[in-house]
Design a protein around this ligand. Structure first.
Ligand code: FAD
Ligand code: SIN
Length: 524
């Protein structure tokens, strides 16, 4: 296919249009022209599907210090305390501001309604339209970005690579618009990465198709440091049925009384943790994993049938109707569930202002790693992270750009794009490798890993990495290259940590190990 080359120039380029990217855009539009690129439809992102809610200290019975301690405890000792402090202290401000911009969180009478989620010692989770919190946040941010002006959104625009100048600064990105057969070279004074997570590297995941770890792979190729990649969060309760996606059944369902039962109908969480169904997420996931091994079953059940059907339908309308569309009535029978990859704690290493180790490159949201989640994210802290650190990364990028002119595209890059050669792959080759990769990552680098499995996975991943050197300008092929590189980085990090901490569980090293406080940092 012959692509035409187009050059664009802006003050700020944001890659990603979820909560983090849009929150940053609002800040950046005060400081110049902004382009936001997304690789799919405008709203397609994890944010759009976020259910349970957003954790924030706004109730009279709650305190910032308690939210801080809950986050640290869930993170199993590896949270960076300064990042947590920033999140919980600035969180209420970001949410009040969102409400002022029109966000409608659910209320009880005239007061905000707070739900319970695992490992929170207070009811502090705000939710919208029952279980559509992310959608509501995205609606409000999209409106606000529109009102702010100076922002151009380019959707269905796949960022292939960051552009790095001879001094090692990030000065733009190469973006592919496949349908239009165009390659955009977008030059910017600062670039902000908000590409979300990498759940799609695993066969079972709650994440939408956009979550393929592109940000991890492209920032690694650009020379940025990545941190904590061994910590992948597996959500305990995703729908389990052949031929049906592993649709998330929110933790809030357990917060409102949902019970876990094994295949024999017995509750089992009391054998694993005193908080039972509301133990930290990694604990519940491993308990289910152990229960599956013990019973030989492939799922357990989430039971809501003791709750009033009217209440369940009203409190979880999106979950209820989605399950009904699969022929499952969650009010009438226990729902088959099992764990699925859900959240990437690690990512591009940043400071508290979103600065990565590459000058000119900023990151926020799930793609970034401030260390705020440690080894296991506390439920509903991620939307808050997108708001708090999205704003901060915007401010950080604006400060950086104030000292810089708009750059020109390097001639060597334009020449290389014109003379580009491509590997030849059929769509079925790509699809086959993609499915195999997701299966290997799930089986060998999943909930419980060990040296043998990770080494096997690495061998295969390296083979694919060698095979796909110059992917064609096609989303599936470019994504596959990113999936391979992001998987390699996750697997290498998982191999390096010879101990079990938070969501990283090594079958061959069940204890934390003596150097467990170390951080694993990857750099090209
Ligand atoms: P996303 O919202 O995922 O946005 C990523 C953006 O990057 C998209 O616009 C995408 O198109 C773009 N992109 C990616 N790669 C490229 C590329 N190569 N080129 C161009 N664009 C690209 N967290 C909570 O706190 N509370 C919850 O209740 C909750 N529920 C969840 C439910 C589900 C089903 C899922 C999957 C996650 C949930 N989470 C929840 C986690 C939370 O939703 C995410 O961590 C958060 O929304 C991530 O926001 P983000 O802005 O970093 O990325
Ligand atoms: C959920 O609703 O269970 C997801 C919450 C989260 O990931 O924080």
């Amino acid at each position: 296919m012959s692509y035409s080359l187009e050059q664009l120039s802006t003050d700020f380029l944001i890659i990603g249009g979820g909560v983090a990217g849009l929150r940053a855009a609002i800040e950046l539009a005060r400081n110049g022209e902004v382009i936001v690129v997304t690789k799919d439809a405008p709203l397609e992102s994890s944010t759009e599907y976020a259910q349970g809610g957003v954790a924030v200290v706004l109730s009279d019975e709650d305190e910032i210090e308690i939210h801080f301690e809950d986050t640290i405890r869930a993170g199993d000792g590896l949270c960076i305390r300064k990042s947590v402090g920033t999140l919980v202290e600035e969180g209420p401000m970001r949410i009040r501001e969102l409400i002022a911009w029109g966000a409608e969180f659910d209320q009880e009478g005239s007061k905000l309604a707070f739900t319970q989620e695992a490992a929170h010692s207070k009811r502090r989770i705000l939710h919208a339209h029952g279980d559509s919190t992310g959608k509501e946040i995205l609606r409000v941010l999209t409106d606000k970005v529109r009102q702010a002006g100076r922002t151009t959104k380019i959707d269905f625009a796949f960022t292939r690579d960051l552009i790095i100048d001879l001094e090692g600064r990030c000065i733009g990105a190469v973006v592919v618009r496949q349908k239009e057969e165009k390659v955009l070279v977008i030059m910017a004074r600062a670039v902000l990465l908000a590409t979300g997570g990498a759940g799609r590297l695993f066969e079972r995941t709650t994440n939408p198709p956009v979550a393929t770890g592109d940000g991890i792979a492209m920032s690694w190729r650009a020379g940025a440091e990545l941190m904590d990649l061994e910590f992948v969060q597996f959500h305990p309760t995703a729908l389990y049925r052949h031929g049906t996606p592993s649709f998330l059944l929110s933790e809030a369902m357990r917060g409102e009384g949902g019970m876990l039962r094994n295949i024999h109908g017995l509750r089992f969480m009391d054998r694993y943790h005193p908080a039972r169904e509301l133990a930290p997420r990694d604990v519940v996931t491993r308990a289910i994993h152990a229960e599956l091994l013990a019973t030989g079953a492939d799922h357990v059940f989430l039971d809501m049938t003791h709750l009033s059907p009217d209440y369940v339908r009203k409190r979880f309308p999106r979950i209820y109707s989605t399950c009904m569309s699969y022929g499952i009535d969650i009010t009438a029978a226990p729902v088959p569930v099992s764990p699925a990859a859900h959240y990437t704690m690690g990512g591009v290493r940043t400071d508290l202002w979103g600065a990565t180790t590459v000058p000119g490159l900023f990151a926020a949201g799930e793609a970034a790693c401030t260390g705020v989640h440690g080894a296991n994210r506390l439920a509903s802290n991620s939307l808050l992270e997108g708001l708090v650190f999205g704003e901060r990364a915007g401010l950080g990028a604006a400060r950086y750009a104030a000292r810089r002119e708009r750059p020109l595209p390097p001639k060597r890059l334009l020449r290389a794009l014109e003379r580009r050669t491509e590997d030849v792959f059929t769509a079925s080759d790509i699809d086959y490798i993609r499915q195999s990769l997701r299966k290997i990552m799930w089986e060998q680098v999943g909930i419980v890993r060990d040296k043998k499995g990770i080494t096997n996975a690495l061998k295969k991943l390296k083979e694919w990495d060698r095979m796909i050197k110059n992917p064609p300008l096609d989303r599936a092929a470019l994504e596959l290259k990113n999936m391979i590189q992001a998987s390699l980085l996750i697997a290498r990090s998982a191999l390096s940590r010879e101990g079990s901490v938070g969501a990283h569980c090594r079958g061959d090293f069940p204890a934390k190990g003596k150097d467990w406080k170390k951080r694993i940092i990857m750099k090209k």
